[in-house]
Design a protein around this ligand. Structure first.
Ligand SMILES: [Zn+2]
Length: 103
């Protein structure tokens, strides 16, 4: 027996008509199956951010040289940038220069 499946949420239907009708109104966003992870370790980045974040060292570590230099000359955007980065690292939202999340 053929069953029809919604590409977005995976819900199954007996007829194509039902499935097509559902897909038009389906609110589920198609999820990314592959999450690209950086080879850089988030705990190393965190320790660097806490100890020498005001020098931008954690940004140099993940390859963000440009903003690393900015941090170096502005004491980590007057520490505000460091605080934001620490929060981003702890919430797994900090990325390396290629946009991959830290492991
Ligand atoms: Zn659906």
């Amino acid at each position: 027996m053929t069953s029809w499946k919604c590409d977005k949420c995976g819900k199954k239907f007996d007829t194509k008509k039902e499935a097509e009708k559902h897909e038009k109104t389906c609110k589920t966003e198609k999820k990314e199956h592959i999450t690209i992870r950086s080879i850089k370790d988030k705990w190393v980045a965190l320790i660097l951010a806490l100890l020498v974040g005001w020098l931008g060292i954690h940004r140099f570590y993940v390859g963000k040289i440009g903003t690393g230099i900015v941090y170096f000359f502005t004491s980590g955007l007057f520490f505000m940038g460091v605080i934001v980065d620490v929060i981003l690292i702890l919430t797994d939202s900090f990325t390396d220069k290629s946009g991959a999340f830290l492991k």
